[in-house]
Design a protein around this ligand. Structure first.
Ligand code: ACO
Length: 448
């Protein structure tokens, strides 16, 4: 099978959002901390009529409709999510409602979860299925859906919410270079959700940043070694047209790209020019532990990598900066941003993708882009994503309203026997929404 990968994509995010500038002032943080310090513009959040199930129902129905895909042609459906609504029943089973209607119940796959990595696990499973002897000729479908909410405090501005659907099959415009892939997995307590009565994680913010960068380094080193063995040439960031990162907030993405640049410098890559070499030389003898703590290295590497960041990374930052951390959907929203911004010039190019899930699991992998054939072409994916219109039609709410919504959701988390407001005034036509949770904790959804 040739060019197995992503044939089609769609994204749904809640129409409600809060501006980081207003949130900063509301929280009493210093001016610029969320917007420049974290690099974020806006944060989407679910109102009381939306959740990870409604968002994923909406995005799956929308993808099938827009690309005119018969639900009977789906043979595998995998969901990545870390938002726990039920400890046993997978989100995939709610999505089966869409397929049962068309008489298709023969669909493999369940949910995958490990923090923000579940979507990547689901995607790799689907790609492997299409490439395997088990494949029955039908499409795979991957859904990443999360609502990221944090308790009051410094992590709160790094929330977000969205669902992404990706159709998987051969001859894809976004195909996997499956030989070029490296993972780093380890046991750490950087971000986890041990309190089953709360939707909020326990998070060691500083440790999670360091773990993320250490995982990136480890994946990149192994990726380069594997590439060099297979191709016989050194790999450097000049071999990738775009670098797309899991994006908890934009500042970490800036630091990540600078870190790849520093790695290239340490490996003596010819792509690092003399001026950059001179500026990074003072840091060449740091131990790896010291290098994660050095503010001067962080600044110097960000500065010398800045011109390449603008070309290779900035196009991926549109949705993550506007929506916030979407956990499992975050990396794929960044990919969708590149497709949306650059679809005209992507054919033949390479994108490297870094997926990180706390705890921790991480993989660096490589995609090769092709123009594709309608409806599965880069141009059509870009127009179906319709990012600008979706962003422009959002409703900006006050920080007070945002905090009030989170308080209500704290009460509703794990609760039974309640009706929602049924207020769908802000939802787009075709969006699914939660109507009630009955006395047996069963959840009911309707479609606008
Ligand atoms: N103007 C400009 N920049 C400012 C200002 C200001 N007024 N105030 C602070 N800053 C900068 C800081 O210098 C810092 O930038 P730097 O790292 O380049 O120095 C940045 O803003 C953040 O400030 P901190 O004081 O470091 O922020 P704090 O520790 O309060 O919180 C954190 C940040 C740790 C990221 C927190 O939001 C968090 O815990 N988030 C959740 C964890 C997370 O997302 N981890 C990422 C990987 S794991 C995952 O994906 C869930």
């Amino acid at each position: 099978r040739k060019d197995v990968g992503i044939l089609a994509m769609d994204i749904y995010f809640p129409p409600t959002c809060v501006q980081q500038e207003a949130l900063e002032a509301h929280d009493g943080a210093s001016k610029g901390k969320y917007t420049i310090g974290l690099g974020q513009d806006c944060m989407a959040f679910c109102s009381e009529v939306e959740d990870v199930v409604s968002m994923s129902l909406t995005v799956v129905a929308s993808l099938l409709r827009k690309y005119n895909v018969d639900p009977k042609l789906i043979g595998r459906l995998e969901v990545g999510s870390e938002t726990v609504i039920d400890k046993s029943k997978s989100i995939k089973t709610w999505l089966m409602q869409i397929f049962e209607e068309s008489g298709n119940t023969d669909i493999e796959g369940v949910d995958s979860s490990n923090a923000c990595y579940g979507g990547t696990a689901a995607l790799l499973n689907c790609v492997n299925w299409v490439e395997s002897k088990s494949w029955d000729g039908r499409y795979g479908l991957v859904v990443c859906t999360d609502s990221a909410v944090y308790a009051e405090g410094p992590a709160r501005p790094t929330g977000g919410a969205a669902a992404i659907a990706m159709l998987i099959g051969p001859d894809a415009p976004i195909s996997f270079e499956r030989k070029y892939k490296a993972s780093h997995m380890a046991h750490v307590y950087d971000f986890y959700k041990p309190d089953l009565a709360s939707e909020y994680p326990v998070v060691d913010g500083k440790l999670s940043q360091t773990c993320y960068l250490m995982a990136l380094d480890s994946c990149y080193r192994q990726f380069c070694t594997k590439y060099e063995k297979l191709v016989g040439e050194q790999f450097s960031i000049s071999d990738a047209d775009y670098c797309v990162f899991h994006s908890p907030y934009n500042k970490l993405v800036q630091k990540s790209f600078a870190r790849l640049f520093f790695n290239d410098f340490m490996r003596n890559c010819s792509s690092v020019d003399n001026d950059a070499k001179e500026k990074l030389l003072p840091f060449a003898n740091l131990t790896s532990e010291e290098s994660y703590q050095s503010r001067d290295l962080e600044k110097a590497s960000q500065q010398v990598a800045k011109h390449l960041y603008d070309i290779k990374v900035q196009p991926s930052t549109l949705l993550p900066k506007q929506i916030g951390n979407m956990y499992t959907a975050s990396l794929y929203a960044a990919l969708a941003s590149v497709i949306y911004n650059k679809h005209n010039s992507l054919a033949g190019q390479r994108i490297i993708m870094f997926s990180y899930g706390s705890g921790l699991t991480s993989t660096l992998f490589s995609l090769r882009l092709h123009e594709g054939q309608h409806p599965f072409s880069l141009g059509n994916i870009a127009s179906m994503l319709d990012v600008t219109a979706k962003l422009d039609s959002r409703h900006v709410t006050s920080p007070e309203k945002f905090v009030e919504t989170l308080k209500l959701m704290e009460h509703r988390y794990g609760a039974k026997d309640f009706e929602t407001s049924h207020d769908t005034s802000l939802l787009p036509p075709g969006a699914f929404y939660l109507t009630k949770v009955d006395s047996m904790y069963r959840r009911f959804y309707d479609k606008k």
